[in-house]
Design a protein around this ligand. Structure first.
Ligand code: FDA
Length: 309
């Protein structure tokens, strides 16, 4: 019964994450912005860079995300590209140990696929010129084929581009094998969208079991994989698997989200593992924030308690 209730709250939060009116209201409310600061590193690049410097000084690297997704015009997509160009240059100029992560729908994938490809190519090209790296995040299942096509096309020309695979999708083993065979870097995650049982494992235990299998496949045959999770059991299993196979600690990295399990982040870094933190910043924080709420509905109670205090 408790699981059914939790699933309901989770689905409701992800449903609300797509409501445009609620988004507008939340993103312009000073109170809501204050609440979002737990997961969002700031509203502008300067604030985000300050967070990155602090994280770097603790021995962890970063990946910067300029918040935004599902833009509705080519002009908005162009503005997102320019914001990323500034971010890529700043990472280089300020000697930040980090790279960028982006979502294709932020560059116009839904409205003009050619413009999206041109925008992202420009970013990967700039990153390549500065010895950087661009990670293409994975969105809901309708985008997987288009995302992998674009990543493979770019990777044929630029080494510094990688993507994300979600263990909740049935198809992911095949996708990991394809990416491994091309030497394309993969970040492995559980998956953050509301997906039907026709494409994704409905039970958390199945998603976790698939994660463990894909983690092993990536550690054995992948190119510098990123094990992105806050799940202590999976992290322990990853460490144990790497040790049992004689895989060096610098042959892979752990990744976590800004504001989640800082204790675990610094412990792993202290233990000599590579750790990268996903650092989102910008004004368009609502969908990202709601997905973080959905991952752990207890966050919502925490916020409501603070609101009433
Ligand atoms: P799980 O949800 O089982 O959580 C394990 C434990 O972690 C919880 O018990 C709790 O302690 C803690 N925790 C997890 N989420 C929390 C939260 N929001 N607040 C507080 N505590 C929390 N997804 C996607 O679909 N496409 C993508 O491109 C990415 N990219 C990405 C990058 C990085 C660096 C990370 C870490 C994650 C993503 N994700 C993602 C999100 C991912 O799919 C997943 O939703 C979250 O990582 C939560 O899953 P966990 O693996 O942490 O496990």
């Amino acid at each position: 019964m408790r699981n059914v209730r939790l699933e309901f709250v989770r689905s409701l939060l992800i449903f609300l994450s797509r409501r445009k009116h609620l988004r507008k209201w939340m993103e312009t409310s000073p109170l809501a912005r204050r609440l979002s600061s737990r997961f969002i590193a700031g509203s502008n690049l300067e604030q985000a860079l300050a967070v990155c410097r602090d994280l770097n000084s603790e021995g962890v690297t970063v990946t910067l995300d300029v918040l935004g997704e599902s833009v509705s015009s080519v002009a908005e997509a162009g503005a997102a590209r320019d914001a990323y160009l500034r971010t890529i240059s700043a990472i280089h100029d300020k000697a930040i140990q980090g790279n960028v992560s982006l979502k294709l729908t932020q560059f116009g994938l839904d409205i003009d696929a050619a413009a999206c490809r041109a925008n992202v190519t420009q970013l990967v090209d700039r990153a390549a010129a500065l010895n950087g790296f661009v990670r293409i995040d994975m969105e809901s299942h309708e985008y997987v084929d288009r995302t992998l096509d674009l990543v493979c096309g770019l990777h044929a020309k630029y080494a510094g581009v990688g993507t994300v695979i979600q263990s909740y999708l049935y198809r992911s083993r095949k996708d990991v094998e394809m990416l491994n065979s091309r030497g394309i870097r993969v970040r492995l995650v559980k998956g953050a969208y509301l997906e039907p049982a026709s494409v994704a494992f409905p039970k958390k235990a199945q998603v976790d079991a698939n994660y463990l299998e894909l983690m092993q496949l990536l550690l054995d045959k992948g190119n510098y994989p990123a094990i992105a999770t806050h799940d202590e059991e999976i992290i322990a299993a990853t460490k144990a698997y790497a040790e049992s196979r004689g895989i060096a600690r610098d042959a892979f990295e752990f990744q976590m989200l800004y504001g989640i399990r800082r204790d675990l982040q610094s412990q792993l870094a202290k233990d000599g593992f590579r750790v990268r933190i996903y650092v989102p910043y910008g004004e368009a924080w609502y969908p990202y924030y709601m997905r973080r709420m959905a991952e752990r509905p207890a966050n919502l109670l925490f916020i409501l308690r603070n609101l009433f205090r």
